[in-house]
Ligand binder design. Structure first.
Ligand SMILES: Nc1nc2c(c(=O)[nH]1)N[C@H]1C(S)=C(S)[C@@H](COP(=O)(O)O)O[C@H]1N2
Ligand SMILES: [Mo]
Length: 299
């Protein structure tokens, strides 16, 4: 997001060099198998994660500015403790839940997920988190609820980007209830065995790995169950470019650039583009959610 694919010189690196890099990485991955931090669970991809520096130094968090390095530069000022989430709408136990209460009883797992931004860059991130379904089941989703709406903190004193009044703050996102209940959908509280860095959405953010990155809303303070499709920030701003679903789809281009390939961050000297996978490679788990839908219309 938002206005251009961020092309770099590394995008034009010849494919032969990229293949060479894959061999180097394969060797590095083999050497790391014994590291406990990389223990796999069934939802994790078998790919070497990006470095901590890459994941925490190149971000989109417009509350802190429009540049990729604004979040790492300015997000340190965000107060993340105390933190609570207001959970409401069509739930049995609405209320304001302290962060400790939100995570209570949930199993925090490592999930190594691919992450694909709609701008056509990608990373592999070793998140720590728990299934959103665990929290929704605990608060009790009422029958008739069809969607989950999320909202980010509104705090312009600490978030310089929010002083830009032309943007419809706070950042809002939403999922259909079946998407929200899917085991791949997590609330992440950390990465690389550390609490979530502020620039990545401390203290708790959504991660939906088969959708474009903008769905994975950061620093959540409100979750609402509803029977109406909720408004979402990028759809409000540019509805013809960003839909509600935003499933990663190499066959449906953004009106201003192709989504057929992506630039893995950290490609460096040998970096090149790789093919983007349908549902970001998670199709075997999520394609059934969209049976009968026209994904070109429901983009
Ligand atoms: N509140 C909020 N959440 C957000 C954003 C944002 O600007 N504000 N940016 C989104 C976009 S466009 C992307 S690609 C991812 C980036 O996550 P990362 O910085 O952890 O890689 O966060 C998403 N969540
Ligand atoms: Mo993004």
């Amino acid at each position: 997001m938002p206005f251009r694919p961020d092309l770099r010189w590394s995008d034009v690196t010849p494919e032969a060099l990229f293949l060479n890099r894959r061999q180097i990485i394969a060797g590095a991955a083999a050497a790391m198998v014994a590291t406990p931090a990389l223990a796999r669970n069934k939802w994790s991809v078998d790919q070497t994660p990006n470095t901590f520096e890459e994941i925490t130094g190149y971000n989109n968090f417009y509350e802190f500015g429009w540049g990729k390095e604004d979040p790492v530069t300015y997000a340190g000022a965000l107060t993340t403790d105390p933190w609570s989430i207001e959970i409401g709408g069509m739930v049995d136990k609405p209320g304001r839940y302290d962060l400790a209460d939100v995570t209570k009883g949930q199993t925090i797992e490592e999930r190594i997920y691919r992450f694909r931004c709609v701008e056509a860059w990608s990373m592999v991130v070793p998140w720590h988190g728990f299934e959103l379904a665990g929290l929704l089941n605990r608060v009790g989703v009422q029958s008739g609820a069809k969607f989950v709406a999320f909202e980010t903190l509104l705090r312009p004193e600490e978030m310089p980007g929010q002083r830009d009044g032309s943007f419809p703050w706070p950042y809002v996102e939403g999922l259909r209830l079946d998407e929200a209940m899917h085991p791949l959908t997590i609330l992440a509280t950390g990465l690389y065995d550390r609490p979530m860095p502020n620039q990545n959405g401390a203290p708790i953010r959504l991660v939906v790995p088969w959708k474009y990155g903008f769905k994975s809303i950061k620093s959540i303070v409100k979750i609402t169950l509803t029977d109406q499709m909720p408004p979402t920030t990028w759809n409000i701003l540019q509805p013809q470019e960003y839909g509600f679903y935003a499933n990663v789809n190499p066959e449906v281009d953004h009106p201003r650039w192709s989504q057929a390939s992506e630039r893995p961050i950290g490609g460096g000297l040998f970096g090149g583009r790789v093919d983007t996978l349908m549902f970001n490679g998670y199709g075997e788990h999520v394609a059934a959610l969209y049976a009968g839908q026209d994904l070109a219309a429901d983009y």
